[in-house]
Write a protein that binds this ligand. Structure first.
Ligand code: NIG
Ligand code: FE
Length: 401
């Protein structure tokens, strides 16, 4: 059983991740919550996890669900050497998915998103973030948030909503004009259930000044601030995001390792996205330096049709261990408790502690097998709020009576 170093921690900074314990034991669940870290002899149902590891449900704190369609042809161009900016100029990229979303019916978008949430569930994801950002107009961004709300009602996972309101520049607008519109739509964004705002700082997108403004808007609206930064180049956005009160800085591939201490001194997580780095042949984020400095490190899939069509956190754990030189314990902390903190949910999910929601994953071997057996599906069973929502074929006998 993978346990935090002590109960009640909101996140595990750097070295604290290595102080998690994997003790032999059992978990008792009552009314959807962890009741105790020992077996309950009076339990009316049992899940036999002998020979397995029991870990907290995985938390995917950065996805771009809901979206429509895929862009496999762009991946082929990328493999042949075309850059992200060139693909965007040729009509691909974010605007292309925005068009696909606009042309898809609500039911089509929900069907694709539900399938992906189901795939993620079977791979151990028991909570995930959704983002708008493929709307690129007031109405379409609000539609995206509403669809995320419908998705949340249809899947077993805990789902949070982030409004990525500065993603790509809407056609025929200056970035400043668009930010004025963002400001005007915020009451509706809050009413649509958004808990965080997000902005993408890049040469083809928005600037640090827009990130600052998004931070001020988030503060005024009582929302968290997230930011896509340092993905394809270094823009010095991390200190700007920290000053703007960001909960997280995501990507950080081009973060100069010297800036790792800034994050160690801040209550702002570095959300690293190694599948986007691998598929885009991006630079590798300074994961080891961030962990050693004592930053709050999180890991996520970045699930989206462009940079990371990947729904598997076990795969992401494998990439993080190899590319960032993290231990398996560090990688698990990054996509359980720390990811839950990024979503504002670490008091409720992210670790196996009495009182928290009983979101559990049973793995078919010790946790160090997950990164080592890259590409293998290690998930035997998934439990959400005390209900067994997935059981690997052949493992039915583990559930009694
Ligand atoms: O996180 N960087 C910006 N946004 C996404 C990619 C979106 C897309 O290509 O559709 C990301 O990588
Ligand atoms: Fe992203």
């Amino acid at each position: 059983v993978l346990l935090p170093p002590e109960p009640g921690l909101p996140y595990l900074r750097g070295g604290a991740a290595g102080r998690q314990r994997t003790d032999p034991g059992s978990i008792a669940v009552r009314e959807g919550r962890v009741a105790a870290l020992v077996a309950d002899p009076a339990a009316d149902r049992r899940l036999d996890a002998s020979g397995c590891a029991l870990v907290p449900g995985l938390v995917d704190c950065h996805t771009h669900l809901p979206f429509a369609g895929w862009r496999a042809d762009e991946y082929a161009l990328k493999v042949a050497g075309a850059g992200y900016e060139e693909i965007a100029r040729r009509g691909g990229g974010i605007r292309r998915t925005a068009k696909a979303l606009a042309e898809a019916s609500d039911e089509e978008v929900l069907a694709q998103s539900r399938d992906l949430a189901g795939e993620a569930l079977r791979l151990g994801t028991t909570a995930f973030e959704t983002k708008s950002g493929y709307g690129l107009s007031r109405e379409a961004e609000l539609r995206s948030l509403r669809l995320a709300g419908r998705l949340a009602a249809e899947v077993p996972q805990a789902v949070t909503r982030t409004a990525l309101l500065a993603h790509a520049l809407p056609e025929g607008r200056s970035a400043d004009e668009w930010m004025d519109e963002v400001e005007a739509m915020l009451p509706e964004v809050v009413a649509a259930g958004a808990e965080a705002l997000d902005a993408y700082v890049e040469s083809i997108a928005f600037t640090n000044a827009h990130l600052e403004r998004m931070g001020a808007l988030a503060r005024d609206a009582g929302l968290a601030l997230r930011a896509h930064v340092e993905q394809f180049a270094s823009h010095g956005s991390v200190p700007v995001a920290i000053a703007a009160g960001a909960r997280s800085v995501d990507h950080c591939s081009f973060l100069p390792p010297e800036e790792a201490p800034l994050l160690a001194a801040a209550e702002c997580a570095a959300v690293l996205l190694p599948s986007a780095e691998l598929l885009g042949e991006e630079r590798t984020a300074p994961g080891r330096a961030l962990m050693d400095a004592g930053a709050i490190c999180a890991l996520a899939t970045d699930l989206n049709p462009g940079t990371s069509p990947v729904a598997s956190l076990p795969l992401v754990i494998g990439l993080a261990v190899r590319r960032y030189r993290w231990t398996p314990e560090e990688a698990f902390a990054a996509c359980t408790l720390n990811a839950a903190w990024v979503l504002g949910r670490s008091a409720d999910v992210g670790s196996l502690e009495p009182g928290k929601r009983a979101d559990l994953v049973v793995l078919d071997g010790p946790i160090d097998r997950v990164p080592y057996r890259l590409g293998h599906d290690p998930v035997v069973a998934v439990v959400v709020a005390g209900d067994v929502v997935h059981l690997r074929a052949g493992a039915e006998g583990r559930l009694r009576p």
